[in-house]
Structure formats: C-alpha cells, structure tokens
Write a protein that binds this ligand. Structure first.
Ligand code: FES
Length: 106
C-alpha cells in the first residue's frame, strides 16, 4: 500500500492507502474526493481529473506524455505541475505523494 494525500480545493485532506498499479484518479473517485470528475473513466480523453502535483513531488512524478499534454490544454488553470490524475500510476516510488485539486475542472 502506498500513502497518497489528495487535498481538495477547500483544504480538506484525504489520506488514502492506495494500491500499487491503481491510478490517483481511481483513488480519488473511490474516496469521493470533491472536484475530481473523471468523466471519461480514465481514458485520457476528458481532462476532468486534473490535479496539481505538490511541488516537492513534481520531479518524481514526472512530466505528462504527449497525449496527456494535449488533453491538458482543455483543463482549467493549467500550471507547470498540472497532471491528469488518471495518468499517474501509484507505485512504491510515490509513497507519500501529495496532489491538489484545482478550483474547478474544465
Ligand atoms: S479521467 Fe478523463 S482524462 Fe482522466
């Protein structure tokens, strides 16, 4: 199990034990984190699972792939640490990961 913290836009922290191989989006939905809509179900086709990776983690999580980057163009208030949470796979390497939910989805 990998510890994952998703901070909702109102500051509420969701501390989640995530299974390796699952995505950050799946964990957000399972725990009813407000602000993560994930309309396409994780197919990298909707950009409504947008999150900001915490600054301390952005290097470890890495940059988006081309397809994700194209999709991020549709997200609201994109920043350098923006990622689509359905494209972040939980692994031991990400134990302690913190991501923040934006003010709203696109
Ligand atoms: S759930 Fe649709 S792009 Fe992530």
């Amino acid at each position: 199990m990998t510890k994952l913290t998703i901070v909702a836009n109102d500051g509420t922290k969701f501390e989640i034990d995530a299974e390796n191989g699952s995505t950050v989006m799946e964990n957000a939905i399972r725990n009813a984190v407000p602000g993560i809509e994930a309309e396409c179900g994780g197919a990298c086709a909707c950009a409504t699972c947008h999150v900001y990776v915490d600054n301390e983690w952005s290097e470890t999580v890495g940059a988006p792939e081309v397809m994700e980057e194209d999709m991020l163009d549709f997200a609201f208030d994109v920043r350098p640490t923006s990622r689509l949470s359905c494209q972040i796979k939980v692994s031991d390497e990400l134990d302690g990961l913190v991501v923040h939910v934006p003010e709203r989805q696109a």
